[in-house]
Design a protein around this ligand. Structure first.
Ligand SMILES: N[C@@H](CCC(=O)N[C@@H](CS)C(=O)NCC(=O)O)C(=O)O
Length: 209
């Protein structure tokens, strides 16, 4: 089966899918679209993904967009017994709500920080807005800091899909031009992720750009 990930690998949402594929040992090709590569406005791309965003997963005639949904699909379709998305419904719901919380709680302030400090020229930066967003982002990280002080991964003792959406942003959080507030459990979790070959390949060896 031919499996294609459409999307530039500088996108946090694309990285989630690449990391999940690598953790699961699933082969794939990747095609650069989005950002400076463009090509997301074409009728062909919009037929696969009407949002015009990246990533899109294509497996033969099947296409899927929304990064977290793609990660869940990959486990369900290709690794149903994997502990990454547990079968027990309570354990699975615990993973799912952390995945959703990255999109709904972390993403907005984190985007302000990342775009402000990385994708905006120094003389154009709104440092007041970035400072407030750093405070809001830290509050989001504090949500997982509390759990990570008690167990090694976001959803508990095992690495799961819950770690993936937050993990791609942790690499950015710890590698931008500011001093993040001390959160020792968060930092230890990030260091733990860095020991995973799939995280190293798809996320932590990548420049923060
Ligand atoms: N909720 C979507 C968001 C997708 C999204 O916002 N992708 C960004 C990159 S991280 C994008 O496509 N930006 C425009 C572009 O790259 O052309 C998901 O998780 O897949």
């Amino acid at each position: 089966m031919r499996r294609i990930v459409w999307g530039r690998n500088t996108s946090s949402n694309v990285m989630k899918v690449l990391w999940a594929l690598d953790e699961l040992g699933l082969p794939f090709e990747r095609i650069d679209v989005g950002g400076a590569f463009g090509k997301t406005d074409t009728a062909e791309y919009r037929a696969m993904n009407p949002t015009g965003l990246v990533p899109t997963l294509q497996e033969e005639a099947f296409t899927l967009w929304e990064s977290n949904a793609i990660c869940r699909y990959l486990c369900a379709a290709h690794a149903p017994a994997s502990a990454m998305w547990p079968q027990d419904l309570h354990a699975r719901a615990n993973v799912d709500h952390w995945m959703d919380a990255q999109q709904t709680v972390l993403n907005r302030p984190m985007t302000v920080v990342f775009w402000g400090l990385v994708r905006t020229a120094p003389d154009k930066r709104d440092m007041a807005a970035i400072g407030l967003a750093i405070q809001d982002t830290a509050k989001a990280w504090a949500l997982i800091e509390a759990g990570l002080a008690r167990h090694p991964y976001i959803a508990g003792e095992a690495f799961t899909l819950a770690d993936i959406p937050w993990g791609v942003h942790a690499h950015r959080w710890f590698n931008m031009d500011f001093q993040p507030p001390a959160m020792p459990a968060l930092r230890a979790w990030y260091d733990r992720l860095c020991e995973r070959p799939a995280y190293h390949t798809q996320v932590s060896s990548q420049p923060v750009v």
